[in-house]
Design a protein around this ligand. Sequence first.
Ligand SMILES: Cc1cc2nc3c(=O)[nH]c(=O)nc-3n(C[C@H](O)[C@H](O)[C@H](O)COP(=O)(O)OP(=O)(O)OC[C@H]3O[C@@H](n4cnc5c(N)ncnc54)[C@H](O)[C@@H]3O)c2cc1C
Length: 437
Amino acid sequence: MTKVNTARNTDTGALWSRTAGDAPVCSVLNQNIEADFVVVGGGLTGTRTALGLAESGAKVVLLEAKSIGWGASGRSGGQCNPIWRATPDDLAKRLGDTQAARLVETTLASADTLFADIEKYSIDCDGEQTGWVQAAHCGSAQTSLEQLAEAWNAAGANISVLDQTETRRATGSEEYDFALFHPRGGHVQPLSLTRGFAHTAIKFGATLFEDSPVQSVTRAGDKWIVKTPNGSVTAGQVILTTNAYSDNLWPKLRQTFLPMVSVALATAPLSDNLRKAILPNAVTISDTRRAIYFARYDRDRRLIFGCVGSTEDAAAFGGVNRLKRGMNKVFPQLGETEIEATWAGSIAVTPEMMPHLHEPEPGILAALGFSGRGIAMTSVMARTLVSKALGASNDSLAFPVTAIKSMPFHAITKAVLPLAAPAMTARDTLDTIFKRR
Ligand SMILES: Cc1cc2nc3c(=O)[nH]c(=O)nc-3n(C[C@H](O)[C@H](O)[C@H](O)COP(=O)(O)OP(=O)(O)OC[C@H]3O[C@@H](n4cnc5c(N)ncnc54)[C@H](O)[C@@H]3O)c2cc1C
């Protein structure tokens, strides 16, 4: 008999669990079952992949160690940022012209495809496609943004360049003199979106289990056996979508990225006057700092503000204080506005700041490393995983299939990572002093 997960392992401190749509009702795996596909991880990547596979008629099981959306997906800033930090030319140099062209085409459509998914599956996730302002924190960052816009516009994007007056009008902040405006950008309630994908996957026949951490994946003939503490699933293919929360389940996977932390806070709902002054058109904003400042509204017009942090205890290494100082620097109008929640979560950052798709053995796929661009890009990757799992050839996929490669000096770099956020903030401050235009 299956046991419903009543002791839900959901508490991450993120504001989103207070305002999210209903969680799916999932059991704990306590039997031995069979499926066509097992998806490991119940974030945006896993739930959207399970949805796509189940929609195709396949028998799909998803196993989540905690609860659906417990990882980065339920803690995210929820900004849909539909381009990469690399230019199309950079991608062509790295991947070759043909692969880069496929990725660029998919990327340019990524935001519209996400919002179309939300509509198609009637997912109630407070989605708003009001645009994304990408602001320069110093003069050299302005030059890089100008080049980025030129390169992506040449490839078909529709990015506008905002001068000082337009930037300040769009953001309500005097911190910035220059920005790009990406009209396709937007924002979602990330936990509601993840739960929405999960509900839809269940509707299409997928079975989702929570509190069911996968402990081993072993081959059995032409199938794989995936074991949890109280059960197992035997399946033809296993898809690992554990991102920054990857453990030692698959050799070397967790050495392919650095688990950087992002911290965030939510203010109390802002007064009408503050709302008119700050992000007046409900755009999202993120800037070019190393410790990236980002902000957006939630549906009740709380301001969500975030930056790079140190550990999953948001206050550690001065994380919350840095966050508040950052928010007051960008939006001094907020004064002593009440803070309702602070939280932290881990993102998987790869050396080239792009996600990886691996096929280490026939029947095993792994996709991770969204490097802080997961809201639009997990869906792009999930669709790629679905195509690949259903038999598409590698030369038709948006992402290249690459070998698992450990980052050099991974253990040492990971050990000193908590110190990176204060160091990056110090460098950013120097930039704003010495590199103003
Ligand atoms: C504070 C914060 C702010 C962010 N802001 C933005 C933003 O504004 N815009 C943007 O684009 N991106 C943002 N991101 C990044 C984005 O949220 C992530 O890229 C995205 O959610 C990753 O989704 P995922 O499904 O790949 O991984 P996750 O959501 O992390 O899911 C992985 C899941 O795997 C599970 N798992 C791990 N090991 C096992 C196992 N052995 N067995 C079973 N399950 C397992 C975990 O419990 C977890 O639930 C932010 C991230 C954070 C933390």
